[in-house]
Design a binder for this molecule. Structure first.
Ligand code: C2E
Ligand code: MG
Ligand code: MG
Ligand code: MG
Length: 285
């Protein structure tokens, strides 16, 4: 049984294959136990400010190093955990870890931000919202340094509920970002009525922005509209220099993607991005 499972390890790269072999197996492992046994890691992906040409901050992304299945991507296990009703404790774990890492980096290099992904269904959980806000308020870092990212489609499932919860969060100074923008049905004018600070253009548009005319038009007009509405624009999935140059030309505010850095451990962030002030040289190299 065990050997068969290991043979199939490659399957976890593919969400569909994974669900075909039975995601419920993962749930046999207690989430709390996974946290206790250090199977869950938070990695960080740098976000680059295209106006100042400096590091802006990071996005925290969860990883599960499963003792049997190996590395399982969040695209695979987050939906399972959401269904199991324990996404709240997982998210609070990520927030705690992020706040403690950022507090440490902040002493050496103040003012960097960090974003955490929040499942939209948690917006309807007022106990979670309260706990999440309390963690940020109790931490050493300023509330303004923290961003909560909520995906576009999910944020709009229940607009009334989302508006109340997002408003409550944003009133504390925590920033709100709409993730995967462009994949849902929302119009910009609708989004603008939600309490948000930032939109992240989905990587499916960004990756092909230099080669696909339609996507370029979409990205260009999104940036223009978002700016007119006072929103910050992040482009995610920037994989090469040409793409980054074009986004800069189009006046996009923040860039994120493999061209800048893949998501890396807190240790690597500390040594390569916090201690080393000359990150520009490395990016251009
Ligand atoms: P997301 O929030 O949209 O995160 C961006 C994803 O794109 C990440 O995948 C990141 O590793 C990947 N990425 C970044 N730059 C590039 C690039 O240049 N090229 C390509 N091909 N990919 C790039 P990841 O880490 O596998 O996360 C997938 C999704 O899982 C996230 O999408 C987010 O929705 C969710 N997720 C991750 N961590 C958490 C978490 O702590 N809580 C919740 N609720 N969801 C999470
Ligand atoms: Mg995100
Ligand atoms: Mg605080
Ligand atoms: Mg995204």
């Amino acid at each position: 049984q065990q050997a068969r499972v290991q043979d199939r390890k490659w399957c976890w790269d593919d969400a569909q294959a994974a669900s075909a072999i039975g995601l419920k197996q993962i749930l046999l492992v207690d989430l709390e136990e996974a946290i206790r046994n250090n199977q869950l890691h938070v990695v960080y992906q740098p976000k680059w400010n295209l106006h100042t040409d400096r590091l802006q901050g990071f996005e925290a992304l969860i990883r599960w190093e499963h003792p049997v299945y190996g590395g399982i991507g969040p695209d695979v296990f987050i939906p399972v955990i959401e269904k199991s009703g324990r996404i709240d404790s997982l998210t609070l774990f990520v927030i705690r870890r992020t706040l403690s890492d950022l507090a440490q980096w902040d002493r050496q290099r103040p003012g960097l931000g960090c974003a955490v992904n929040i499942s939209a269904r948690l917006l309807g959980d007022s106990a979670f919202v309260q706990q999440a806000i309390a963690l940020v308020e109790q931490s050493e870092v300023a509330n303004q340094q923290i961003t909560f990212e909520v995906t576009e489609t999910a944020a709009l499932d229940d607009p009334e509920l989302s508006t109340v919860a997002l408003g409550k969060i944003r009133d504390t100074g925590i920033k709100i970002s709409i993730d995967d923008y462009g994949t849902g049905q929302s119009t910009m004018s609708y989004l603008q009525r939600l309490p948000v600070d930032e939109i992240k253009i989905d990587q499916s548009f960004v990756k092909t922005v230099t080669t696909n005319r339609g996507n370029r038009v979409m990205v260009e007009s999104t940036i223009e509209m978002a700016h007119a509405l006072g929103l910050t624009v992040v482009a995610e999935g920037i994989e090469d220099a040409e793409c980054m140059r074009l986004l800069h030309t189009l006046r996009c505010d923040i860039a994120q993607g493999w061209h800048i850095s893949k998501p890396v451990s807190a240790e690597i962030i500390a040594s390569r991005w916090i201690a080393d002030g000359d990150e520009q040289a490395r990016l251009m190299a």
